[in-house]
Design a protein around this ligand. Sequence first.
Ligand code: APR
Length: 317
Amino acid sequence: MAKRNKIALIGAGNIGGELAAIAARKQLGDVVLFDIPSKADFAKGKALDLMQNSAITGDDASITGTSDWADVAGADVMIITAGVPRKPGQSRDDLVGINLPIIRNVAENAKKHCPDAFTIVISNPLDVMVWAFQQWTGFDRKRVVGMAGVLDSARLQHFLAAEVGVSAKDVRAMVLGGHGDDMVAARGYCTINGVPVSQLIASERLDALEARTRGGGGEIVKLMGTSAYYAPATAAMAMAEAYLLDQKRLLAGAAYLDGQYGYKDMYLGVPVVIGGSGIERIVEIELSDAEKVALAKSAESVRGVVDVAKRLSAQQA
Ligand code: APR
């Protein structure tokens, strides 16, 4: 009997709700919105609202809310937003002590209930949370990816499009490295329908737009009092769709590096190909000397937070 995919959303907050709405609209599968017991009714309420929304849009997927891992069992895709978002003035790294035990709890349950899921981690600090999740589950590294590069690239695409006065859909951008203040815009790969952006935008303006991209999440936190959720959800769902439909898309994603770009035993944002086997390839592109230096700085920041996470998890164990 034909069967719909099962998409488990771990965390039914702002991003979780938007993820569910997109999954339903795109008919990617049945959705289970999972949250902690004290938020079970909240998750159920969101699911009910979304099902009633589907009565208008005509989407058939089922959306349910739960705090019982048994309902998540057997998921094909799992997207993790469990944790707390930033408040104004906080960096993503400030969340490590709060979100690390949450990811540990999620990892223990995921291992038991969803051993075959393709997992996309969104919780921050992203590169460290996805690393910790993979370590604790022992899942195949090809099936554990972090969502940041698609979002950071989209932020830059928007700024580039607005600068030139063209549609953002004709703009491609590639933002690599850690999902933090040191992320790296690979300028040579940013184009407007194939035209290098350096032909259309002065270098000082590009510097400014890239700097705005690096602080792009913080800009929204300052305005809203919490972190972004529409673009993060759309970005993660593009990655889930690439897996479920075996699209073999080349996207920027946080992947486990085992020597690529000169880094080992860490997750970092790099170009990856996502298809039906998960991360099917890590693509090594040429970077300028300046970009290599910037990537090294970004990797060093990620390593610093990984070290904090290692210390914290030793204390918590
Ligand atoms: N298991 C499942 N869900 C959990 C757990 C847990 N152990 N702990 C917390 N949660 C839930 C919270 O109850 C909350 O409903 O995670 C949800 C997070 O939702 P929001 O607070 O609305 O946060 P959101 O904006 O969705 O961001 C989530 O993604 O981008 C990152 O920095 C952001 O780390 C944050 C995460």
